[in-house]
Design a protein around this ligand. Structure first.
Ligand code: BJ8
Length: 425
């Protein structure tokens, strides 16, 4: 950390002791998992810095933005369009949800058999260890899976919460619902920020979000080369930081990494040898500091070359068109893009199955690891269809169902090792 942020955290009302414990664990984890890697692109230093200041400098930036009358919106899901927040000059950030700390408090409100991601956001909030919650003016939830839906009913009494309704089928009625929810959300944001959204401001928001997607897409695309120029863990980190960082600075830094990776590819410099088995990870999102499964995969002789996930390709795929002369036309463009997101809360969800096969082929993956969180009904159940689809495409699959604890590390190592050996043959 560049300075002592304790006075700021105290002012925000964090539980300093519990927060210190979290930072200690996070720091140790980060050193073991990221800093131990060899031949990382130089540009990753920026992301190391961001992570070292994720609860420090970035929070100060959010507080500075608020001092200039900007609003801070905290979200949990890809379906909340950042373009709308940007059009009102608000700052949108993703919320912490990748660690077990605070689970004991979360379980006072939620059943034990709730997925780790939900328990984590609840725990981080109520244990007062997440400065993003404290720095935000509004938390925006969405009626996606049942776990989140029902958790928000309880959470609304604890935080200033706005919940967006969501369709679960991709027919015209579903599209209409999403559009009406986006219009409602846009009007709410105008009221909250006191800023009228114009064609110009929404186009600006669309441009910023598209540039961010394009920059990440450049790095992700370069991973199809063999040897891959960047590790899966570092690529995941880029995808995770996308939810926290200032979008312009982030895009600039990712483009620099993409330039560096292009040079690496040209000079045949990789992070691993050409013979290393290549894995596509597919499934539930991995929020900071949930690096468990990627670490297991990459310390067992394989390299991850893609993420079919919300902290990955699902977040950056498809751009929003900026063609239109009215705000409503631009909202239609937002709906066109966001309605294509193939989250497992949709039924049926064939696009996702096709996309996994397509990604595995494009990235020349030797196998797929399907990752689902325990008690996540949408992804766990859909994994059966993923299995059938990959079998037909003759792509090896390993299904992992886990949580945030370290108790199954031995078992995970054994299973991943066996899978890597199998695909090597
Ligand atoms: S668009 S994946 S971010 S809903 S892991 S909480 S699904 S029980 S996170 Fe998600 Fe939006 Fe979909 Fe992406 Fe529920 Fe499953 Fe838990 Fe999940």
């Amino acid at each position: 950390m560049s300075q002592d942020w304790a006075p700021m955290w105290k002012e925000l009302g964090l539980d300093l002791k519990a927060h210190d414990e979290l930072l200690n664990v996070l720091g140790k984890f980060y050193n073991d998992i990221f800093m131990s890697q060899k031949d990382r692109p130089q540009g990753m230093q920026y992301f190391d810095f961001v992570m070292s200041e994720v609860h420090g400098l970035r929070i100060k930036e959010l507080l500075d933005a608020k001092a200039q009358s900007r609003k801070v919106i905290a979200t949990f899901c890809l379906y909340i369009p950042e373009e709308i927040a940007l059009a009102t000059n608000a700052v949108q950030v993703g919320l912490c949800g990748g660690a077990e700390m605070g689970f004991n408090i979360a379980e006072k409100y939620l059943p034990r058999n709730t997925c780790s991601l939900i328990k984590s956001f609840f725990g981080f909030s109520e244990a007062k260890i997440c400065p993003y919650f404290e720095a935000s003016d509004l938390v925006v939830g969405e009626n996606t899976c049942d776990g989140k839906k029902k958790a928000y009913e309880i959470f609304k009494d604890l935080r200033n919460l706005y919940v967006m309704d969501m369709p679960n089928m991709k027919h015209e009625k579903g599209r209409e619902l999403l559009k009406s929810e986006y219009i409602k959300y846009l009007q709410m944001m105008e009221k909250l920020t006191g800023k009228k959204i114009t064609v110009e401001s929404l186009k600006k928001g669309i441009h910023i979000a598209n540039e961010k997607r394009k920059a990440i897409g450049r790095v992700m695309d370069l991973r199809k080369h063999n040897p891959t120029p960047i590790s899966g863990k570092d690529a995941l980190l880029i995808n995770q930081v996308a939810f926290y960082d200032d979008p312009l600075r982030f895009t600039d830094s990712v483009n620099k990494i993409a330039d560096e990776c292009e040079k690496r590819v040209k000079n045949k410099i990789g992070v691993v040898s050409k013979e290393t088995p290549r894995i596509l990870v597919s499934g539930c999102p991995m929020a900071v500091p949930n690096w468990k499964v990627p670490h297991v995969i990459e310390t067992n002789g394989a390299v991850i070359v893609g993420e079919e996930s919300c902290v990955g390709m699902r977040n950056i795929r498809n751009l929003v068109s900026d063609k239109g002369n009215t705000v409503e036309q631009l909202v239609d463009n937002l709906v066109d893009r966001y309605f294509k997101i193939d989250c497992a809360i949709f039924t049926p969800n064939k696009d996702r199955l096709d996309h996994i096969v397509q990604m595995a082929k494009d990235l020349k993956a030797d196998g797929v690891v399907h990752y689902s969180l325990q008690f996540c009904t949408p992804y766990n159940t859909e994994s059966h269809l993923v299995e059938n689809t990959l079998q037909k495409a003759k792509i090896p699959l390993l299904k992992i169902e886990t949580d945030y604890s370290m108790e199954d590390m031995g078992q995970l190592n054994t299973r991943v090792q066996a899978f890597v050996e199998m695909i090597k043959k």
